[in-house]
Design a protein around this ligand. Sequence first.
Ligand SMILES: Cc1cc2nc3c(=O)[nH]c(=O)nc-3n(C[C@H](O)[C@H](O)[C@H](O)COP(=O)(O)OP(=O)(O)OC[C@H]3O[C@@H](n4cnc5c(N)ncnc54)[C@H](O)[C@@H]3O)c2cc1C
Length: 430
Amino acid sequence: MAKVVVVGGGWAGCGAAAAAAKLGMETVLLEKIDHLLGAGFMAGLTSTNAKYTAINEVKAMGAPEIFEADEAAILYRNPRVPSTENGYLYDIFKCERNVFNLLERMGVRVLLETRVVDVVVRGNRLEAVKTSQGEMIAGDSFVDATGSAGPEAACHKYGWGCVMCVFKCPAYGGRVSITEKAGVKEGMARRRDGGYGAVSNAIAFIRESIDRDFLARYATEDGCVLIPAPKEIGDPDLFRKIRTQQFYDSDDFNDRIVSVDNGTIKFMSRPWVNLPVLRRMEGFESVALYDPAAGGRGNAVRFLATAPWEPTLQVTERPNLFCCGEKLGMVGTTDATITGILAGHNAARATLGLPLLRMPRTTLIGESLAYVREKLQNPEGWYDKYSFLGTGGLGKRLKECGLYTTDLAVVKSRIAENNLSGVLGRLEQK
Ligand SMILES: Cc1cc2nc3c(=O)[nH]c(=O)nc-3n(C[C@H](O)[C@H](O)[C@H](O)COP(=O)(O)OP(=O)(O)OC[C@H]3O[C@@H](n4cnc5c(N)ncnc54)[C@H](O)[C@@H]3O)c2cc1C
């Protein structure tokens, strides 16, 4: 059987592995830590705004499975998170298990605690990856889904040191980029404070450390509680300059804390908080941090490793290496999953010598990817992060093109008109 090797078990890698396995490939997924979903293990808010359209384009293209695993862990539909619609909040813990079980059912060999440290390249093609245990894993096509966070040294250089976040670098080792190991130069995002990368903009607390009466509000307020924020809890002007999502650049997120229930209690748009100030606030008197453990001091630095890529999601000049998720410059769980699915699908096609799928600009996904590629050609474009969510310039573009819709019949017929119905579930020539 032809073999696809996916490195990185975040949402992007899980999407890629599911897509390749669906086409009958022998698929192996290598993840350095002890669970799947990567940054997405701390996420929970998904399918918001135009992401909803993008998800439904993929479903119409024949790859609903991973979204169904996610939807089976829904805690709240349409949470009242400002500036969002159509979204839901998933239980991060349950969702991880759902995705793990799905991949196993689909026949993916999932190897946790397996960190890739090197690659074998012949000419412009990858032949194998090497793990920290010294094992060589050969493949026909490869997917770099290693994300853009850390490693630990990068958090020291560009951030606030190791804050003991979900990536667990001190215990499992830091991120190693497959693209870079394959000899392709990556880019780093810029920050408006003059630094590089972008700082994770959410922190999570242990539910049980929050007052019970306060906690009950999440159930009655659709999963999202808005809390007035004293200025001393953290400087919104600094946060605006350093964080990963421009989506939060509004008074909705700066003047108050937008907190959600994703299995933990998560503060969105706050890279860190002043804990003594928080502990003076009603409901949070005994609050304890869950992730990052040092979220009273700082947060992880991401977007330090973006690959150059083609419309097929091939890494430029490496025909059997594909990239997805934060590795290609997009932020968000839906974004990682969808680009992962497309990368995994094309990795399977490349393995079999079939023509690769390029999403046409007449789809929301295709137009968004084209927009991101255009932006990354320009130095100013490296200050922004991009998402199917559809904010900022991309949101404007999607509206101008009339691509953002919640009408599922319109989405289905758009996919049919582009001859893409069911395409992710089959391998015939196009
Ligand atoms: C705290 C936090 C909260 C967030 N909340 C939300 C939210 O509510 N909604 C939303 O849409 N987005 C949210 N995001 C953003 C979203 O989670 C990410 O953009 C998305 O999940 C990135 O997925 P990815 O697969 O591209 O990368 P990652 O999640 O970074 O996954 C990369 C994976 O690769 C592994 N890896 C790296 N190097 C190697 C190697 N050499 N060998 C093996 N494995 C390796 C890493 O351990 C990691 O698991 C949040 C992010 C954070 C940090």
